[in-house]
Design a protein around this ligand. Structure first.
Ligand code: ATP
Ligand code: MG
Length: 485
């Protein structure tokens, strides 16, 4: 887990903290008539917090054509990644990460808005900062001019970003209701940033997020997906669990609404004959929407695991039933849930491979670890692959930890047993059968056809139960004796 960001007074900015290529690029832009170079957005925020910086975005009053010309002259490759919006990507000749350079803008929608209006350039950096989402992201630092402060250069902070950094809060730039509605993706960004930075949304911004959340339906699914991917991996996901489960996800993942509605119906006062049962439920029932987010937060931070955890109980509302004795059951929710998880992932335009791995984990998330035999574990390894089986174990551990403070005491034993099964399945000649189709045909005197595959599969079952049988001699003997059932 990332170390918590330091509290208290933000750090002084130092040009020594900039990667060489970024510093060189800024100097090149500063050297021009009318030129200036501001490091903007997340990089300034992260430098002030002393966190690692993901990427450096640079803003300049020079128009895109000038920027391209200047940077080429200084040995950068220039890729026009978003010229229409004034964005170029500069690839340093000396290596290092590409840098996005954007001409300061006065108006026009944000870069990714669905219907961007015409873009108007400006030379006023405060105007550009005014279009940004949260005050802590609306800081600009001009490192290579003489400044008054203790750090290098000049920090432009028209919206109180530094104060909000010190107070660890996320506040919309300008009027929150209007700003969040203007681009509803900011609702997702709000919680993603809160979970990454360990910051809290300030009250009016949080309220605006609740109001704007339904408009997430109009945002391109890929943009929503990218934010959810990052949110799920964020170190402080558990801190924002309630907002994620009840404000963001019902509008970011349409199928999630079934969980929300389910919880609402359970917690609403009931006057039916089942009222008594419901009352008991209220005591021992864990809200499945919160439980799902918490399970994700307790998993190791890998996309497949966290997505599977988030979606693992999606099938519960559809399979909810009461047994004659009044107990609650969700029979088959893992199979129903796997199909729903697949649909949710597809709807988010997630890659097929990730989608299928997530669905596979959801489908077997009730795997009985406590009762598993060695052969059963080997079968699991064969079904899910080594990685998949380990993922399933981690998922189960998180699922239990999210349900009971006692956790899962048998985890270590289960992990050991699984590793043994992995070793056996992966041992030389273990995963692959020691004989092949040609051996089958030769020994049995048969021609190519479905029968060959059937015999190979049967032998596969044999060695799954008894790995020591998987040698060429033993299997040829079995073939000769027709002993594979
Ligand atoms: P990270 O460090 O994760 O990259 P970031 O804040 O830099 O975080 P980016 O998505 O790279 O996030 O965006 C760069 C900057 O652009 C932000 O800091 C913010 O100022 C602005 N920005 C990005 N998306 C939006 C948006 N939807 N609305 C308004 N401003 C935005
Ligand atoms: Mg960034």
């Amino acid at each position: 887990m990332a170390a918590p960001a330091p509290t208290g007074a933000p750090r002084a900015l130092s040009a020594a903290h900039l990667p060489t290529a970024v510093a060189r690029l800024c100097r090149a832009l500063e050297g021009e008539e009318g030129g200036a170079a501001y490091v903007v957005g997340g990089a300034v925020r992260d430098l002030l917090l002393g966190r690692p910086t993901r990427d450096h975005d640079v803003a300049t009053p020079l128009v895109p054509e000038r920027v391209a010309e200047v940077l080429r002259r200084h040995g950068f490759d220039v890729v026009p990644t978003g010229v229409r919006f004034g964005t170029l990507t500069a690839v340093p000749a000396e290596g290092g990460a590409p840098v996005e350079v954007t001409t300061l803008r006065a108006e026009g929608g944000y870069r990714d808005r669905r219907h961007p209006e015409r873009v108007v350039w400006t030379t006023d950096v405060a105007t550009d900062l005014g279009r940004r989402d949260f005050t802590v992201n609306a800081l600009a630092w001009r490192p290579f001019v003489a400044g008054p402060g203790p750090g290098d250069g000049v920090l432009v902070d028209p919206y109180g970003g530094r104060r909000d950094l010190a107070r660890r809060r996320l506040r919309a730039v300008g009027e929150p209701e209007a700003r969040l509605r203007e681009d509803p993706l900011r609702v997702a960004r709000l919680f993603r940033l809160a979970a990454e930075l360990g910051f809290r949304p300030e009250a009016a911004t949080a309220r605006a997020a609740r109001h704007a959340a339904p408009d997430l339906a109009y945002v391109a699914r890929e943009r929503v997906r990218d934010e959810l991917d990052r949110l799920l991996l964020a170190p402080r996901l558990a801190d924002v669990m309630a907002d994620v489960a009840r404000v963001l996800l019902p509008h970011a993942i349409p199928l999630w609404r079934e969980l929300t509605a389910f919880e609402e119906s359970r917690w609403r006062g009931s006057l039916t004959a089942a009222a008594l049962v419901d009352r008991r439920l209220r005591v021992d029932h864990k809200p499945v929407d919160l439980h799902s987010v918490l399970t994700a937060a307790l998993c190791p931070p890998r996309p497949v695991l966290r997505w599977a955890a988030l979606l693992h109980d999606l099938g519960k509302p559809r399979t909810f039933a009461r047994t004659p004795s009044g107990r609650v059951a969700f029979h088959g929710h893992e199979a129903v849930g796997a199909e729903m998880a697949r649909e949710a992932m597809r709807d988010l335009r997630q890659p097929t491979r990730l989608t299928e791995r997530v669905a596979a984990l959801v489908a077997v998330h009730l795997w009985p670890w406590e009762e598993a035999s060695a052969a059963g574990l080997r079968r699991l390894v064969r079904q899910l692959g080594e990685e998949g089986a380990r993922d399933l174990l981690d998922l189960h551990r998180a699922d239990v930890a999210a349900s009971t403070p006692l956790g899962w005491p048998a985890y270590e034993a289960a992990r050991k047993a699984l590793e043994e099964a992995v070793a056996q399945t992966a041992a030389p000649g273990g995963r692959r059968l020691a004989v092949d189709g040609r051996d089958v045909m030769r020994v049995l005197g048969i021609r190519p056809g479905p029968r060959v595959g059937e015999v190979l599969r049967a032998l596969g079952e044999v060695v799954l139960e008894r790995p020591e049988e998987n040698t060429r001699e033993r299997l040829l003997l079995r073939l000769a004796e027709r002993r594979w059932r």
